[in-house]
Design a protein around this ligand. Sequence first.
Ligand SMILES: Nc1ncnc2c1ncn2[C@@H]1O[C@H](COP(=O)(O)OP(=O)(O)OP(=O)(O)O)[C@@H](O)[C@H]1O
Ligand SMILES: [Mg+2]
Length: 397
Amino acid sequence: MMQLIKDFFNRDKRRMKRKFQTACKHSGLMQIYKSGSKQYRVYPTIIEQDYSKEKIEIRFIIRNGMEVNSEKFILFCQQSFNCKVVLLKQINIKTFLLTILQRDLEKNIHYNYQDYEKSIKTKRVPVLVGYNHQRKLIVFDMKQSPHMLVSGTSGGGKSSLLRAIIMSMIQSAKDIDLYLSDFKMSELLLYKPIAKGVAVNNQQLQVLLSRICKELDNRSRLLEAYGVLHTDNLPAKVRPNVIVVVIDELLLLEGHKENLKYIERISAIGRALNCYLLLACQRFESKVISGFIKNNINLVVSFKTANEISSRLNGISGAEQLSVKGRCLISVNGSVEEVQVPFISANQVKKLLKDYITQQIEQPQPVQENPYNQLTLTERPTTEENRLENILEGNEW
Ligand SMILES: Nc1ncnc2c1ncn2[C@@H]1O[C@H](COP(=O)(O)OP(=O)(O)OP(=O)(O)O)[C@@H](O)[C@H]1O
Ligand SMILES: [Mg+2]
């Protein structure tokens, strides 16, 4: 009996190896040796092979002189294993991990904060994305991976992801001030009652972003005055809230140089000053998303794209193959994962916000150690130097 089971698994392993070598052969990941009239094909060496219902993992080492064309190799693995999601990670110069995800993700996951609370509470600036193939909840901390860019064709689920991220941030009750921009005046405006600022056109956005940039200048001076490197390290009485700037339909900013400059600036200096960008657009247009902004963004999410070229432009190969609403690929520090985003409907947002606002009114609010945080950017004193002097002298202002 034991022998039968062993044979069964070995047969599966052999089958996987054959599929792997077929993909290597077609993508040119092999070497040919001649011995007399005979030719031998040499493939990368498999050093570990794991096989489950959910995924296949193959760890392999390439031989000297071999070169991996990852795009071609992934494409032929997709064909050979007949699976859509193939991920390739380079472990070191010669070692690679190939992951083939066999089971499809769940569709239509409904938003339920209680399912994410434990994970979100541990993050300073939580960004909820969804569930991966191992049913693991993916939540990032923007403090560690600042700024996020969401892309994909119309109807993929970009705005819905922004809604879920914002709702989970609100429900986590962190000291986060939200600034929203929605030129399409769609469902993001549902959050207007709790946002510190909202813009629906370039002029309004310019006012908003210029105030945020002024606030960042003040924060920089505070860091300098207190000799610390991050606003979280400032004493509580002067520590400012986290700022999250959410801009949906980023491409509508095209041609507005001032606003694009402000965004570049925030992307460059926001990290230490606890100010983060959450941007969404259909595709990466270099006229709007400069290489400079791209380089400053750590989290990239792509919903379905129109074609392979768009996927490559958006920085995540394979996104054109996504077919389910709310399904996306995420790329963090070089590795890519497929994730299903929990869906929150407009009605659910309205209901949760109503409950949230009622709760805020009924419950006495904790006293803010830094009263400055209670003011909107417009209410803050214009003579910032005076304010800084007062803070530094320990006076009330
Ligand atoms: N996570 C999800 N789960 C299930 N369905 C979803 C999900 N996200 C979006 N959808 C469905 O797709 C529709 C379009 O989503 P959404 O408006 O977020 O797309 P979008 O990418 O912002 O499109 P556009 O570029 O046109 O603004 C939603 O109305 C909803 O029916
Ligand atoms: Mg949208």
